[in-house]
Design a protein around this ligand. Structure first.
Ligand code: NAP
Length: 257
């Protein structure tokens, strides 16, 4: 029988962390050996630690999955890599200096590290398919739709999609050359001549539609995340993949064929 992958999750009470705990408990070759939280205790049979160094010493994990806040995540990632423990990082908001430091530690210690700002496999495929389509269509509008508690607009995924499209699309300022907004903002944000529109409504979670137009046809590529379980396939894939990695990967798109 294959050896189980020993996993520690940081942030187990959070919205993402609690889904990750459920996911790990449901996969037969994953074993949840420890949790890192602000409070000590036990969750079922799993010990909770307030410091990652103690946690690593006691539980000897293969992989740390971090779903916390940037300050804690950097410390957790750094400590794990220094101890030769592989890292799957879902926490967003780390600075480029912090990411570079994690990259350096991962490469120097030959310890796998996957950092993925979007674990939804469908969202990553949507971006990849959009990049493919952009080779054949110059006209594209991105419509991203999120819950009304989201603070940033447009979403990081919409910007990343536009960046990937830009790699293939011949630059073009879209719409009529003389078009005029009678209501400011009605044509959305301008990214290299393509347009990005942000919708914010209660009831939505995370959705994006990329629309390409050409003579007599349109092509729409759409992804919907209905809840946080949508991110767990990506977390699972990252844990499995990081076990065979001894260096650093940024972005789920780089581990999907
Ligand atoms: P959340 O519900 O606020 O959960 C964060 C958890 O981390 C909370 O339980 C918090 O505890 C805990 N925490 C804070 N400091 C800690 C520390 N020092 N040690 C251990 N735990 C600590 O947030 P969320 O929605 O789950 O999101 C978590 C992270 O994942 C965010 O950075 C978010 O942007 C990111 N995210 C990533 C993806 C992706 O696909 N990669 C998708 C969604 C979200 P307290 O509540 O007690 O402070």
């Amino acid at each position: 029988m294959n050896k189980k992958i020993r996993i520690v999750i940081a942030g187990p009470r959070g919205k993402m962390g609690s889904e990750a705990v459920n996911m790990v408990n449901s996969v037969s070759n994953f074993e949840l050996v420890g949790l890192i939280d602000k409070k000590h205790g036990v969750n079922g049979n799993v010990p909770i630690f307030t410091d990652i160094v103690d946690c690593i010493k006691e539980t000897k994990p293969d992989v740390l999955v971090d779903l916390t806040v940037p300050e804690a995540a950097f410390y957790h990632g750094k400590s794990a890599l220094q101890a030769g423990i592989k890292v799957v990082m879902g926490t967003t908001g780390l600075t480029s200096e912090e990411l570079n430091e994690l990259k350096r530690l991962s490469i120097e210690n030959k310890t796998g590290c996957i950092i993925a700002p979007n674990f939804a496999i469908g969202a990553v495929l949507m971006m990849k398919f959009s990049q493919m389509a952009a080779k054949y269509y110059q006209d594209v509008e991105i419509l991203e739709m999120h819950h009304d508690q989201k603070l940033d607009a447009p979403s990081g995924t919409a910007i990343k999609t536009a960046e990937m499209i830009k790699l293939e699309r011949m630059a073009k300022k879209q719409g009529h050359p003389n078009e005029k907004e009678n209501l400011k903002g009605s044509r959305g944000a301008d990214f290299d001549g393509m347009r990005i529109h942000s919708v914010r409504l209660p009831g939505l979670v995370a959705h994006q539609q990329v629309m390409f137009g050409s003579t007599g046809e349109t092509l729409t590529i759409r992804h919907d995340s209905y809840n946080r379980t949508s991110f767990m396939t990506g977390v699972k894939l990252s844990v499995e993949t990081v076990m065979n990695l001894d260096d650093y990967v940024y972005g789920l798109e780089n581990i999907i064929d």
